[in-house]
Design a protein around this ligand. Structure first.
Ligand SMILES: CC(C)(COP(=O)(O)OP(=O)(O)OC[C@H]1O[C@@H](n2cnc3c(N)ncnc32)[C@H](O)[C@@H]1OP(=O)(O)O)[C@@H](O)C(=O)NCCC(=O)NCCS
Length: 170
């Protein structure tokens, strides 16, 4: 797993992953193999009782465009559903891919747990070039994250506002 993760981390497409961190989270990962060759992977990190994040989704360049990314995302979403997690999000520089797989744009301000757990420690916090996308998996989450174009352009431009965390919101 590490060569592919390291290569995309070098290109700043994903955050760097330490080998120890990958071992410790190994049960969170879905990998794709073709003829015993590992060609892609992604992980689902449970962030709270109502929220999970898709992380480190990478497909070997030689195997991109064949539906492997979509298949890994589908399996990670199935796992979230099986665990009754109503919302799955990703921070990405490839929002187009996620929109194709059914995610919708959101704003990082709608994910305060992510902001408080990770973003505030990130050197790029105030100049983040990633876009937040979300997949509501139940009706309440769908209503909560209903696209509101008047207040959300789906980008992270400007300084994020950190709302107070309630037990109902991730
Ligand atoms: C982004 C990535 C995971 C997509 O994986 P993939 O296996 O090539 O994607 P799929 O073949 O499953 O594509 C599914 C759909 O998304 C579209 N798509 C793929 N990459 C896209 C992109 N960058 N922008 C817009 N649409 C994209 C495909 O055209 C396809 O659409 P279709 O169903 O209409 O044909 C892969 O290109 C990759 O590993 N990129 C580098 C690492 C990266 O940026 N990871 C995302 C970090 S969150």
């Amino acid at each position: 797993m590490m060569p592919l993760l390291n290569e995309y981390a070098k290109q700043a497409e994903i955050l760097p992953r330490m080998e120890a961190e990958v071992y410790q989270s190994i049960r969170d990962w879905v990998v794709a193999e073709i003829d015993d060759k590992l060609v892609g992977m992604g992980s689902l990190l449970i962030m709270w009782g109502d929220l999970a994040e898709i992380r480190s989704l990478v497909i070997d360049p030689a195997y991109q465009g064949y539906g492997i990314g979509r298949a890994i995302v589908a399996q990670l979403l199935d796992e979230a559903r099986a665990l009754d997690l109503p919302r799955v999000f990703a921070l990405t520089r490839k929002p187009g891919f996620f929109l194709k797989t059914g995610f919708q744009m959101t704003r990082i301000e709608h994910l305060p747990r992510k902001v408080q757990k990770d973003c505030v420690f990130c050197p790029k916090f105030h100049s983040c070039d990633e876009v937040a996308v979300i997949m509501p998996l139940d009706e309440a989450a769908a209503v909560e994250h209903r696209p509101d174009l008047s207040r959300s352009n789906g980008t992270l431009k400007g300084q994020p506002v950190i709302p107070l965390i309630s037990n109902q919101q991730g």
